[in-house]
Design a protein around this ligand. Structure first.
Ligand code: ADP
Ligand code: MG
Length: 343
């Protein structure tokens, strides 16, 4: 494979090379890459800003993460935070720290993923920063979005009696991670063994190439639904439920049988002899949306197969808890529901 040293290009050459084909797609993107700062005009809308830092060895492992997927994911996780505010992402900035371990070809591959995500979600890359790092790859993405004045949705707006809902299915990314970590261990012990991941493409895809729930926010808009509270599920359902309850000063009850779990994830979890519900509660990186709506909106929600009602909000006198399939009741803890882990 070709290897072009980045030193040959220099910092400005690299930036130019990486950004030369940008065509701005949003009217709000007034000035993009190439000046001291970008300019955005949101024409009377409100602006949402969110940023995330990803560090090699902490947030990702290049041993099994293709650079293209990493570029895609580093954008998507930020867009997910914008959608979680009920806003539409419009721009991102991308800052990278790279060591001389990475040739130009590697950074190009990473940017292929970045641009693929920008195209899919209709956002413009309008700037960033480029620096060298002593060791490892560092990625910092900022996403900017717009929302009609006052239409943003916070974690704190849930009301007693509201339905607690989530999108998609949960826990698959965590099981995907277990597979990749296992294959990595096997590979380290014996590099000749070919990875055995053929049947696990769904769970591994959920980890390596997550999507943000754009269509759920569009569904809300089309059907005139405003969630009373919302957040994205990046750290596992139980931890997010506790945040939402705390911010809204409420408790809740959820039903194990209502937690959406895919057949692929269930089959994969059984291979590790772990409980699928525990994966959904404690696993992370699903990037689904967790939200509450008034019960009066229930009829509208039924239209969407992507959405599951998993429980409802109670007052704070009773802390968040789960009713199992067997009918027993357990407090939800940040690590998930401990009873599952003891099995
Ligand atoms: P300054 O020194 O004014 O910060 P830079 O030389 O760092 O400017 O950046 C020049 C232009 O390129 C700016 O518009 C900046 O936002 C953009 N840029 C820098 N690094 C990247 C990157 N990794 N990806 C996308 N745009 C970048
Ligand atoms: Mg700069």
């Amino acid at each position: 494979m070709e290897r072009t040293e980045i030193d040959n290009l220099g910092e400005f050459g690299l930036i130019k090379h990486l950004t030369k084909n940008i065509e701005l797609q949003n009217v709000s993107s007034i000035v993009g890459v190439g000046d001291d700062a970008a300019i955005i005009d949101h024409f009377g809308k409100q602006t949402v800003i969110t940023t995330d830092l990803l560090i090699e060895g902490v947030h990702f492992d290049l041993g099994y993460t293709p650079l293209q997927h990493l570029g895609y994911k580093s954008v998507v996780v930020n867009l997910s935070d914008v959608y979680a505010m009920n806003a539409i992402p419009t721009q991102i900035t991308m800052s990278i720290g790279i060591s001389n371990r990475f040739p130009l070809e590697a950074v190009e591959e990473f940017y292929e993923g970045v641009y693929a995500a920008c195209e899919k979600y209709g956002v413009d890359l309008i700037g960033g920063d480029t620096a060298s790092s002593q060791k490892g790859f560092i990625i910092s993405v900022t996403a900017i979005g717009e929302v009609a004045p006052g239409a943003f949705v916070r974690r704190s707006g849930a009301k007693k009696g509201d339905l607690l809902c989530c999108s998609g299915d949960l826990g698959a990314a965590y099981v995907g991670l277990l597979f990749l970590e296992r294959e990595k261990r096997i590979f380290v012990e014996n590099p000749k063994v070919q990875p055995d991941l053929e049947n696990e493409s769904y769970v591994i895809g959920r980890l390596l190439k997550p999507e943000a729930r754009k269509e759920v926010i569009e569904f809300f808009k089309e059907n005139d639904i405003t969630p009373s509270s919302m957040m994205d599920i990046s750290d596992g359902l139980s931890s997010e439920i506790l945040h939402l309850c705390e911010e809204s000063a409420l408790g809740c009850v959820i039903y194990e049988e209502k937690i959406p779990i895919s057949e692929d994830m269930k089959a994969a979890a059984f291979k590790f002899e772990i409980d699928p519900t525990a994966c959904a509660l404690s696993g992370g990186e699903d990037y689904e949306l967790l939200f509450t709506i008034p019960q009066s909106e229930y009829e509208k929600l039924v239209l969407n197969e992507q959405i599951s009602v998993i429980g409802y909000m109670t007052d704070a006198s009773e802390p968040a808890h789960i009713i199992t399939k067997g009918g027993s009741k357990h407090a939800i803890t940040a690590q998930g529901w401990n009873a599952f882990k003891q099995k």
